[in-house]
Ligand binder design. Structure first.
Ligand SMILES: Nc1ncnc2c1ncn2[C@@H]1O[C@H](COP(=O)(O)OP(=O)(O)OP(=O)(O)O)[C@@H](O)[C@H]1O
Ligand SMILES: [Mg+2]
Length: 248
């Protein structure tokens, strides 16, 4: 059974064909990079996999189950999580409160409005242990909007991990970061558990090559090339589109 399987997926925005007959399969525990120039359809693919858009054609299977018609929250319940290309934190919440909200999303009694304070104890422990595990314990009372951008992106990754997702989609987690911040975010992703299957959209080819097992190249909504890192690195068509754009 594949962790994620995308079959003959196409998507149009009005007259614009953003994705065209995309096929993709990712095995459990695998790490796949999706690369390609601006407008290639990478984020659209994530929006369809998470259920934000219903595809014009094709099918999405998550852990063997056809989720094409399921709303986003049902896919999340099945073990799908994502981060966004642009930061989506609540800037006025503290780091600990942000993580608490995320771990609370998993809690079976989360919809109880009034419950004894001790009921939050295990949630708080889980939030604190996540922050400690990822080296942000000393920032737990900081307001997220005042963290450095690199730390904000790390908090976003922690929020995505809070639900112990089976499949995690990361949309340019290092976008806008300095080389040093990029290195710490990359190190964090490298340390993620292999229980989590990862799809990574990444513009920085060095980061992508370092973090993943396999690469899919999207170009103008189509899969241009797909395969091992060596294969992609030596593919003349891939070289041509990357030399032809200034954002790679
Ligand atoms: N909600 C939308 N409505 C209309 N067109 C859209 C929408 N989202 C994306 N598009 C268009 O679909 C195409 C693919 O966009 P997408 O954001 O998926 O590209 P991308 O590969 O993620 O690019 P980038 O590297 O710049 O993030 C682009 O031409 C874009 O303008
Ligand atoms: Mg994008």
């Amino acid at each position: 059974m594949m962790a994620l399987q995308i079959e003959q997926l196409s998507h149009s925005f009005g007259g614009l064909l953003a994705l065209s007959d995309v096929n993709l399969a990712v095995a459990p525990g695998e790490r796949l990079a999706i690369i390609g120039p601006n407008g290639a359809g990478k984020t659209t693919l994530f929006n369809i996999v998470t259920g934000i858009f219903r595809p014009s054609a094709g099918r999405i299977r998550l852990l063997g189950q056809d989720v094409t018609r399921l709303p986003p929250h049902r896919r999340a319940q099945l073990g799908l999580a994502r981060t966004f290309q642009i930061t989506t934190l609540f800037p006025r919440l503290t780091v600990l409160d942000s993580v608490l909200l995320a771990v609370q999303g998993l809690d079976p009694v989360r919809f109880t409005l009034h419950r004894p304070r001790e009921a939050y104890g295990h949630l708080r422990e889980r939030a604190e242990s996540l922050l400690a595990e990822w080296g942000l314990a000393d920032r737990c009372h900081a307001v997220t909007g005042r963290l450095s951008y690199g730390e904000q992106r790390q908090v976003e990754l922690i929020l995505a991990l809070a639900g112990a997702p089976k499949v995690l989609l990361l949309d340019e987690p290092t976008a806008g970061l300095s080389p040093a911040e990029t290195a710490s975010v990359a190190e964090m992703i490298r340390r993620f558990s292999r229980d989590t299957t990862i799809l990574l959209i990444e513009h920085d080819m060095d980061v992508a090559l370092e973090l993943v097992d396999r690469i899919t190249v999207l170009f103008q909504g189509r899969v241009l090339a797909e395969g091992s890192k060596d294969k992609i690195r030596s593919d003349p068509e891939v070289a041509a589109i990357y030399l032809g754009t200034d954002d790679a």
